[in-house]
Design a protein around this ligand. Structure first.
Ligand code: SF4
Length: 89
């Protein structure tokens, strides 16, 4: 068994976790995803290969210190807020 220091694991984890964004349907469409055109933005999320990673990331990132807005993982900010509250109960 190979010992991998904790710090190296964290770096590898960050690299892996950031890589999913390259496969996102919304790549280059930040303006739309964070606009008030939710219907259009949701369409972008349809069949996105990295929706699970995106949702996990939004749950991890969005909190009181991080403004919650825009469409992520096919959900509006209000929907993600309710989703987060439901899974945290
Ligand atoms: S699911 Fe997430 S990564 Fe995929 S298009 Fe929607 S916002 Fe972008």
């Amino acid at each position: 068994m190979v010992y991998v220091p904790h710090k190296v694991c964290n770096i590898l984890y960050c690299l892996f976790m950031s890589n999913w964004r390259e496969q996102a349907n919304c790549r280059g469409l930040t303006g739309l995803m964070y606009s008030s055109e939710h219907r259009k933005a949701r369409r972008v999320c349809m069949n996105c290969r990295v929706e699970k990673e995106c949702l996990a990331s939004s749950i991890q990132e969005e909190n009181i210190d991080f403004p919650i807005y825009g469409v992520r993982a096919g959900m509006t900010a209000a929907e993600r807020f309710r989703y987060r509250r439901r899974i945290m109960e």
